[in-house]
Design a protein around this ligand. Sequence first.
Ligand SMILES: *[C@@H]1O[C@H](CO)[C@@H](O)[C@H](O)[C@H]1NC(C)=O
Length: 179
Amino acid sequence: MRYALLAPIFLSLVIAVQTSVIKAWPWPWIVGARSNRIAVCDYNAPKRGLLRKREAAIADYARIILEQRDVQAAFDKYIPGEYIQHSSFFSRSGREHSIEVLIPFYTDPGLSWSNLRTFASGDGNGVFHYKLNTNGGREKGGETYAVIDIFRFKGTCIVEHWDAVQQIFGNETNPIAFF
Ligand SMILES: *[C@@H]1O[C@H](CO)[C@@H](O)[C@H](O)[C@H]1NC(C)=O
């Protein structure tokens, strides 16, 4: 049978396919779609359900950067590329400079925060509003601030940042000043 000559070719093809399937572990067509969505934001996220995804993203970004104090992980997950920085606490735009400045800031043991709220808006912005203590906070000789951070989304990724920071002195005449 001359078709018998094709058997080794067929066999090596089967082995090649199997090998590449095994190498593709953890098999993206089974688990990848789900874990990729959790692992990194998506600049091209479809419009459907986007507001909900941005609400989840901004809350998760706040959790990673404020609670876990892991600036690198927060940026890797939600700011993997372009980043326009408007905050006056930074001397220039861009992801790398922001990471450089924020790592020592967020890992400082004198830093604490409370009263956090996060929002996302239909036009593609996300917001943190919170109370921030530096150097132990006002009661321990440091400073306390009311902070609003505004982030612009592209898909489920963050691409731009503005902030407004107001110092709390404790002598405000409004008994419910700030919070
Ligand atoms: C509160 O204290 C700050 C800092 O000492 C001062 O600049 C500000 O004018 C004071 N505000 C009021 C309402 O007294």
